[in-house]
Design a protein around this ligand. Structure first.
Ligand code: FE2
Length: 421
């Protein structure tokens, strides 16, 4: 007797299988005839492990327009606005906005999120708020917090001290922002300092690294060096890496093997990179997305991150990782069927690997978290960004939705139209 039985779904690899769930775990996969307390009929639908977002800013989410909109649309203007907002936002306001966003995330099958938390202000209200959110959503959503010195580790008097305080308060991951330090040398020193901090505490390390159009911003080479020195491997992730878009090709041919050698992972954020980068260009205007296919060809794990939803940096966003992958697919020109399928994997398995999630997947023994999509395969899911018909988190159905069906009434051809093939 299962607690829950998901019948007849199509898994991302194309196999059709039932999934039996008991005690919060997947207890059987295959053709299953046993009874269940609840049955979800997923016949013809895609059943996937949940979506995962490895790069987000939940302390700023749903704050669009506060204290005013970002008129220029640039990264630096966004940082300035956030600098004002973080001084006035209360813990309760940040918790309320974040919980509202978590509801959206769950409804879209997004069940694990790594969020950077700004540790710049001495009051650390953002840290306090996000620790509270993490505690409250833990039964159904895995939240990982990064101590993120938004204004630089050394650029403010208490930048480093506040990262340490945040880690001591229970923040999970060490952050960084070397391109925002005062000089290239101080950026490099911040990386050496933060890598040591992560290694000594046995924590993961995720750096906003080279989020700039400057082809000479080359902190990723220093980061890779430090990852190798401390043996951090896949516990370290370079977020954005947008300068690599503009770097000299010969230099990149040296850089990519160093990144691969280190074992670190990469997190481009296509919705935000295509929006914020290239703002100082006339034409041709650079895309700013890092070299995704080239990194993957070197064996580097690359995921897609979302970064922002309705905040000082981005005026849109839906908590749908399929939107993120859809944009990434276009900007990186990943249009071969194998590349499109890989884009789906990037917002599921690759992102789970980057976050170090345990027991993630649809195999017996894995945590029973999954999403049923109104699509027949991963590529169709990317094309349609379809309804999430059911979302299961840790063995419990946490969201259900009726299938969307549009009825056309044309002069000669009354019919029902479905976008699925
Ligand atoms: Fe970010």
């Amino acid at each position: 007797m299962f607690d829950l039985l998901v019948k007849g779904g199509t898994l991302p690899d194309g196999t059709i299988s039932d999934i039996g769930i008991k005690g919060g775990r997947i207890s059987a996969v295959g053709r299953l005839d046993a009874a269940a307390v609840k049955v979800i009929d997923a016949t013809g639908d895609l059943v996937s492990p949940p979506f995962v977002d490895p790069h987000f800013h939940m302390d700023a989410v749903l704050s669009y327009g506060l204290p005013r909109i970002n008129a220029s649309g640039t990264l630096l203007a966004g940082i300035g606005l956030w600098g004002e907002l973080r001084e006035t936002a209360t813990v309760d306001e940040m918790v309320d906005r974040a919980l509202r966003y978590c509801d959206w995330a769950v409804s879209m099958g997004l069940l694990a999120i790594r969020t950077h938390v700004d540790t710049t202000p001495d009051h650390l209200r953002g840290v306090e708020a996000m620790l509270e959110v993490k505690r409250r959503v833990a039964p159904y959503l895995d939240l990982q917090l990064v101590a993120f010195p938004q204004d630089g580790l050394y650029r403010t008097p208490t930048g480093r001290q506040n990262v340490v305080r945040a880690l001591d308060m229970g923040v999970d991951v060490v952050g960084g922002i070397p391109h925002f330090e005062r000089t290239m040398e101080e950026g490099a020193e911040s990386l050496r300092d933060l890598a040591r901090m992560a290694a000594e505490r046995g924590l993961m390390w995720d750096v906003h690294c080279d989020e700039t159009d400057d082809p000479m911003s080359r902190h990723v080479e220093t980061m890779a060096r430090e990852v190798t020195r401390h043996g951090l491997g896949g516990r370290a992730a370079g977020s954005h890496l947008t300068s690599m878009h503009s770097m000299d090709n010969y230099y990149v041919s040296k850089l990519l093997p160093l990144i691969a050698e280190s074992g670190m992972t990469a997190i481009p954020n296509p919705l935000i990179n295509i929006t914020l980068q290239g703002r100082h260009d006339s034409y041709p205007k650079r895309r700013g997305l890092t070299r995704v296919k080239e990194m993957q060809a070197m064996g580097i794990t690359v995921g897609w991150g979302q970064d922002c939803v309705l905040d000082p940096w981005y005026s849109l966003g839906t908590a749908d990782m399929l939107d993120v992958a859809f944009m990434g697919l276009h900007v990186a020109q990943m249009t071969h069927p194998a590349e499109m399928a890989r884009c789906f994997t990037m917002v599921t398995e690759c992102n789970a690997a980057i976050m170090g999630l345990q027991n993630y997947g649809l195999n017996v023994g894995d945590q029973a978290s999954l999403v049923v999509l109104d699509a027949s395969n991963p590529i169709e899911a990317l094309r349609l960004r379809p309804d999430r018909l059911a979302v299961v988190s840790k063995g419990r159905v946490v969201a259900e939705r009726h299938r969307n069906d549009c009825r056309l009434d044309l002069a000669s051809r009354p019919q029902s139209v479905r976008r699925r093939l």
